[in-house]
Design a protein around this ligand. Structure first.
Ligand code: AVJ
Length: 319
């Protein structure tokens, strides 16, 4: 046991995911690998591009309807956010909740301790009646024990992160979240909606090339953390809309026949010209697919808020 623990500490936490994904056919790398410090910074930069509409659209919905959302969630709330990141959109809800109660406990859950530290620091300075207790955890693997929390919980899973899950995984995950809710608790979800394919395409192919850098950063990260020798110029960013699968797919396409050694895995991976590594799916939803997903997960859809163009939806659900 002790020996295993020591061995685990020596290799990077991304080693197993990289080995598994690059050994598969077709090759793939899970999207959570995007978010090291550099990747989190690049994602923030994406959200400021003209083409990437989801973040600003969801923020506008939260701003326009925060009072309504918080009222629907109920009184005496404790806030939990899964995949909180920098929690920048959450401020709007925190402000609205603190208009209705004297004190608020907030538990941001995220894999990135750096992002959590940033969230705690900036929120504590701005809201004296807010009490932040960060939880560094991979919530996709095990949800933190929250049942024992006093008060009524409002669990946030916003930002359309649910779009990264395969449909079956989304149902399974929401089913687990549902099981962690007590009577009266509520779940607030963000969904990016199906829309004009050109708008979708451009959001993942911004003219400034930030999304391309974000996608390629996963290779740079494997270079940094596993001593690999990926030449970023020998891969091309590919992102396209699949109407049939209702998702944006992101890939990295090899521009040459090449072998890349990954010393920390004691492995060399071969890439043929044109071969792709599948790095992300970003599913887009319709009112019908949202209703179906919630029903399958055992959740009751209570209320939906959207922007005037209906590009994004924020949904309140209960068990
Ligand atoms: C953070 C998963 C919502 O799918 O739009 C942005 C990630 N990928 N540009 C998304 C992402 C490429 C983003 N999510």
């Amino acid at each position: 046991m002790t020996v295993f623990r020591k061995a685990e500490l020596l290799i990077s936490p991304i080693a197993a995911d990289v080995l598994e994904g690059l050994s598969e056919q077709p090759k793939r790398l899970p999207p959570k690998l995007f978010y090291d410090a550099e990747g989190s910074r690049l994602f923030e930069e994406i959200t400021r591009t003209r083409e990437y509409y989801p973040t600003r659209t969801e923020r506008a919905i939260l701003q326009d309807f925060s009072g309504d959302i918080v009222r629907a969630a109920g009184s005496n709330l404790t806030l939990v956010e899964l995949g909180a990141g920098s929690a920048s959109k959450t401020r709007v809800l925190i402000r609205a909740i603190l208009c209705r109660q004297l004190r608020l406990d907030f538990h941001p859950v995220d894999v990135s301790p750096v992002a959590l530290q940033e969230a705690v620091r900036s929120l504590n300075g701005d809201f004296p009646r807010l009490h932040v207790t960060p939880i560094a955890a991979d919530y996709s693997r095990h949800l933190p024990e929250l049942r024992s929390q006093p008060g009524r919980k409002l669990v946030l899973f916003i930002g359309s992160t649910i779009g990264n899950f395969e449909p079956g995984e989304a149902t399974e995950f929401l089913g687990r979240v549902r099981a962690s809710l007590s009577t009266g608790d509520a779940l607030l979800l963000g969904f990016d909606m199906v829309k004009d394919p050109r708008v979708l395409h451009d959001a993942y192919n911004d003219a400034a090339g930030i999304t391309q850098r974000f996608n390629k950063n996963v290779l740079a990260r494997i270079n940094r953390e596993l001593g690999a020798a990926f030449d970023l110029d020998k891969f091309r960013h590919v992102a396209f809309w699949s109407a049939r699968k209702s998702r944006i797919e992101m890939h990295l396409e090899s521009l040459a026949d090449q072998s890349v050694s990954v010393p920390d895995l004691s492995r060399t991976f071969h890439f043929t010209l044109g071969e792709r590594i599948h790095t992300e799916n970003s599913y887009k939803f319709t009112p019908e697919s949202i209703a179906g997903l919630l029903k399958q997960s055992g959740l009751k859809l209570e209320k939906t808020w959207s922007d005037p163009r209906q590009w994004f939806s924020v949904v309140l659900a209960r068990s």
